[in-house]
Design a protein around this ligand. Structure first.
Ligand code: FES
Length: 87
């Protein structure tokens, strides 16, 4: 069966001021890190951007201890629509 439409996916990454890159996801979301399945215990996944986490690529809060400074912001990626008709 050929799909009549393709759902457009989008992804938003927040740059927390003076902190990590954050993906907002429902608590309980599972993800795979280097082949190991893990479950979010919070409603976000925080990725280190200061380079000092002991749990890279995950943020462990070390950015606060070192006084990491960086602007906040966000990156939004939208997949191009690939609408398929007919078939
Ligand atoms: S950004 Fe949090 S430990 Fe690096």
């Amino acid at each position: 069966m050929v799909p009549l439409y393709h759902e457009v996916m989008s992804l938003k990454i927040r740059f927390r001021p003076d902190g990590p890159l954050v993906l907002d996801l429902p608590e309980g979301t599972t993800f795979e890190l280097n082949g190991e399945t893990q479950t979010l215990t919070r409603a976000h996944l925080a990725l280190c951007r200061c380079g000092h986490s002991e749990r890279k690529p995950l943020c462990d809060g070390s950015h606060r201890k070192i006084g990491f400074q960086a602007a906040g912001g966000e990156l939004i990626v939208r997949e191009a629509s690939t609408e398929q008709l007919g078939g």
